[in-house]
Design a protein around this ligand. Structure first.
Ligand SMILES: [Zn+2]
Length: 444
């Protein structure tokens, strides 16, 4: 049996915080240890109690002063957009044509896909993200490259090839029958292979005919444990185009509902311009609205109304949406979520943000208990965070009074520099650990 002990300040969430200061929502050990056996959490607790139970010779990684949390989960990101991120001056439909579709066509080349898969997984690990739900391109080689690379690293990825049969360049289109055959083949090869899972992925209803969406709905029925990811109500011109393409449907959401694409494993990216009827459809089908703040601001799509959806009982997740999104960092993403909510008179307490990035996003993917938590039986996917990673952070931390304030400093000022180490199934994923710029006041 392979054993490792990881020691530091342990923080994991037990349920969604009711608001700022909800100390019942999490478990915290100021000096704690996670004992990892064969990639999963075997035990955790205060160092003073647990050390006696750790077999002699077990390697101990000690991260004094650092916070150890479950690894971040990014439930909406585009694997082929690592060279689309930071593309200037366009809103959604123009941005897709001008930048995205151009880059995505390069993934027909398996060598290009393989090189990008390694970069993508390295970059996620540098940012403390241990599971992501990724869009690939229409070429089966792209999903194949990502799954193969993730499987080798034993990191749990969810991915699917983006299915399109209209309104995109010919190199990215596949007729319904071919797209379904490709998706089915990838599901058989990868869904449940090691830690990998498949998500059926219509890009959005503009790029698929009703026939293709119906075939994807049937595929979900055939494989009920597979996830589904798509885009919904991101941009007003997109919604107008949907009205033209599907004139008989009451709404954009109703299009997906008609083809059997809503449900508890369905991740609907953006959900900015929803009507009350659409919100009711999402709630009743237990579909997930995925909040992508850096993307929504960058592409100028609009402000996600977190409170409206939460009050209505819609499940919510938080994601980067790279390359429309501008950072791989879930910390940067939480910072922008906070600002989007501030603009609407809402607040995102640090506890709620960190719960969302870990336990909350795991629950949105239906993987709670397996990831997003530090608990016996869960994969030991962990992020080690340093709230004093930069001079500005260390300086600010001199006056931080408690854990919640430290978390808020991390999400407001932090990025990949605050990630000291990332563990994937108990193994360190970063070659070099970063160190704090300065050690100052002790946080209790
Ligand atoms: Zn997206």
């Amino acid at each position: 049996m392979s054993l490792r002990a990881i020691r530091g300040r342990l923080l994991t969430f037990l349920r969604a915080p009711q608001g700022a200061g909800d100390a019942q929502s999490y478990s915290y050990h100021h000096d704690g240890v996670v004992l990892v056996a064969d990639g999963r959490v075997d035990a955790l607790g205060p160092t003073a109690e647990l050390m006696a139970r750790i077999p002699p010779g077990t390697p101990i990684d000690h991260h004094p002063d650092a916070l150890i949390l479950p690894g971040f989960i990014d439930p909406h990101i585009h694997f082929p957009q690592t060279q689309v991120i930071a593309s200037y001056g366009a809103q959604l439909l123009e941005w897709l044509e001008k930048y995205t579709f151009v880059e995505e066509q390069k993934f027909a080349d398996p060598a290009h896909a393989a090189r990008n898969a390694e970069f993508f997984l390295d970059e996620l690990a540098r940012n403390g993200t241990t599971t992501a739900c990724a869009y690939c391109t229409a070429h089966p080689a792209s999903a194949e490259a990502l799954f193969s690379a993730a499987h080798k690293r034993n990191t749990g990825m969810i991915a699917g090839n983006s299915v399109m049969n209209r309104n995109a360049p010919p190199g990215l289109l596949a007729p319904a029958a071919t797209a379904i055959a490709d998706s089915r083949d990838l599901i058989r090869r990868w869904h449940g292979t090691g830690r990998q899972r498949y998500a059926v992925t219509p890009r959005f209803a503009i790029t698929s005919t009703g026939d293709q969406l119906a075939a994807l709905g049937a595929l979900l029925k055939e494989f009920p444990t597979v996830l589904m990811q798509t885009h919904l109500d991101e941009n007003v011109n997109e919604i107008a185009a949907i009205k033209n393409l599907f004139p008989d449907d009451a709404s954009y959401t109703a299009v997906y509902a008609r083809f059997g694409l809503l449900g508890p494993r369905s991740l609907m990216g953006h959900c900015i311009h929803l009507t009350d009827d659409e919100i009711a459809l999402l709630r009743d089908t237990r579909s997930v609205a995925v909040f992508c703040p850096t993307s929504n601001l960058f592409i100028g799509s609009g402000l996600f109304d977190y409170q409206r959806l939460k009050t209505a009982g819609v499940r919510i997740a938080l994601a980067t949406d790279v390359g429309g999104g501008t950072s791989y960092s879930m910390l940067r993403t939480a910072a922008e979520a906070y600002k989007v909510m501030q603009l609407q008179g809402q607040n995102l307490p640090a506890l709620a943000a960190f719960d969302l990035m870990t336990r909350g996003n795991a629950a949105a993917l239906g993987l709670d208990g397996e990831i997003g938590t530090i608990a016996p039986g869960a994969f030991a996917d962990l992020v080690v965070l340093d709230a004093r990673a930069t001079p500005a952070m260390a300086h600010r931390m001199e006056v931080a009074r408690n854990l919640e304030e430290e978390l808020f400093v991390l999400m407001t000022l932090g990025d990949d520099r605050a990630v000291r180490q990332t563990y994937i199934a108990g193994e360190p994923a970063l070659n070099e650990e970063r160190t704090s710029v300065a050690l100052s006041s002790e946080i209790t």
